[in-house]
Write a new protein. Structure first.
Length: 162
């Protein structure tokens, strides 16, 4: 049996669907942009923000692509609302149980840094807190119930985020 990261809550979890993380992140970015345009609150100088923000976002994008490829190679669904079929321990899933969520965080943080917006930074914190406090625990309960000791072994070997 392969081991997978916690990207799926799966319909077998028997719980109502909660907000999907990509929607949470997109809504947070959109809200941050709207607030920044309406009431700009900026931090740091422009010169230092751009390369750091772009580097964070590109690192997040690369991690996202790697995580998706790992799931597809293992034959398990990518969407978090589909039933997880295996647990992936290779690639990005060797260093993080949640590389897709970590990639979302890097991309969103990169955008916040690049723009220098306190609003986007606050939206980043809110969206990652939501994912960490509601989505990830739900998924971990599902994976514990579905894969038992196999998932417990994976949890003890690989950190949740980094």
């Amino acid at each position: 049996m392969k081991i997978m990261g916690t990207t799926a809550g799966g319909p077998a979890a028997g719980q109502p669907t909660i907000l999907r993380p990509p929607i949470v992140v997109a809504a947070a970015i959109g809200t941050g942009v709207v607030l920044h345009v309406a009431w700009p609150l900026s931090f740091t100088s422009r010169a230092g923000r751009w390369p750091i923000g772009v580097a964070l976002s590109l690192a997040g994008l690369a991690l996202f692509v790697s995580a998706i490829r790992g799931l597809r190679a293992a034959g398990t669904p990518v969407p978090g609302n589909r039933t997880t079929t295996v647990i992936v321990r290779s690639g990005a899933y060797r260093i993080s149980r949640n590389p897709i969520y970590l990639s979302f965080a890097l991309i969103q943080l990169g955008i916040a840094v690049w723009s220098g917006s306190w609003w986007l930074l606050a939206a980043f914190v809110a969206s990652i807190a939501f994912i960490a406090l509601t989505v990830v625990p739900r998924e971990e309960r599902y994976l514990d119930a579905r894969f038992g000791s196999t998932y417990a072994d994976y949890k003890s070997a690989v950190r949740r985020w980094l």
